[in-house]
Design a protein around this ligand. Structure first.
Ligand code: ASC
Length: 140
């Protein structure tokens, strides 16, 4: 009995961890989408541009972009996830795209502080392309 427990317990634990990781990154992406959507509306003129609010949200996007990667743990690419197992077999490429997302989000926060719409538009487009770049290869 003890032998059975010692074998099965780590597996249950591993599954729980994968589920937690999926929930974690989906939570972070939900927060990212909420801020990114609002920034997008301001950039596209669907809502009024408010420098202070834009800056605050861009700062939060930057922080969130740095939080998402740790949720992509080995064995967490099945179940209620849209993340493709290709992430595991292309770790370097995936990491590069994650770093790109972080850097472009940081650049957007920097542009936001200037209040210069040309710079903001450019930086927003760059950040949006990093979203799409990763989704094209690694999202269902
Ligand atoms: C969004 C969203 C994405 C990105 C992407 C940008 O608002 O949900 O996945 O922007 O469409 O190209």
């Amino acid at each position: 009995m003890a032998a059975v427990l010692s074998v099965s317990t780590p597996m249950v634990y591993a599954n729980d961890k994968a589920e937690d990781a999926i929930n974690y990154r989906q939570g972070v992406f939900t927060a990212i989408k909420w801020h990114f959507g609002n920034l997008s509306d301001q950039v596209r003129g669907k809502s009024d541009y408010d420098k202070e609010a834009f800056e605050a949200r861009a700062e939060k996007l930057k922080s969130l972009a740095g939080m998402v990667k740790e949720g992509f743990i080995p064995g967490s690419y099945s179940g209620h996830s849209n993340a493709l197992p290709a992430i595991e077999s292309n770790e370097d490429d995936f990491n590069r795209l994650m770093v790109d997302f972080e850097e472009k989000s940081g650049a957007l926060a920097g542009a936001a502080r200037t209040g210069n719409m040309n710079l903001i538009n450019q930086a927003f487009g760059d950040a949006a392309r990093t979203c799409k770049g990763c989704h094209d290869s690694y999202k269902k």
